[in-house]
Design a protein around this ligand. Sequence first.
Ligand code: SF4
Ligand code: SF4
Length: 228
Amino acid sequence: MNELFDGPLPPEPLATCSACAKLPKPGEPPPADAYHPDTKCCTYLPMLHNFLVGALLADPDPAFATGRATVEARIDSGEGMTPLGLYATQEYLSRYDAGARFGKDLSLRCPHYLHDEGGRCGVWRHRESTCSTWFCFYDRGEAGKEFWRDGVAPMLRAAELSLAAHCAHALGADEINFGRWEGQPRELYRAAAELVVELTWAEVAALAGSEVQKLARVSRERLAALRR
Ligand code: SF4
Ligand code: SF4
């Protein structure tokens, strides 16, 4: 992002995640749009792309030990596991689409949400684009929403999907088949992380193609509007 955008991004201080801004205030009746204190906004199953899983598995930081275990559990279960990464299961998506209550439904809580550690994210450094661009409030209102939600989020989502496919194909796998990595998903994911970690934004944009390049231009324009 430092390469794509000129200077630091404006912070979003109203999304105070450690002391979540969407929880009911003590002693006050909960507003209708308040979130559940045991989920906050994490009623979501992230797409952990192959290179993100590999980076997390290789991350030696002890702060990620519990989070890493939640990712290992997803790999061990095999549910939603593909050469592209750990994706949502059809069963989860069906429940999500069937009128789940965002921020309130405990049954949809993210498996990487560390409830016993104050509700922090277990994969934070390696979380995907939806999570890393999500804010419940924008400091500059519509200008912030148009930058993050309608600019950066779709740009990064498209770039991530392109990179995941690029890694799988470069490693001799495809969207479904692990190829020579059959039975060794962790090794494929680690190899994917090594393919991605040194890429510059220019290389990512070139690999991802015209849609991401267009969204990058849109995001830069919206950042200029946000700064104004
Ligand atoms: S972004 Fe999520 S965790 Fe952070 S303050 Fe908003 S609802 Fe709470
Ligand atoms: S990956 Fe982290 S930020 Fe995203 S939904 Fe799960 S706990 Fe929340």
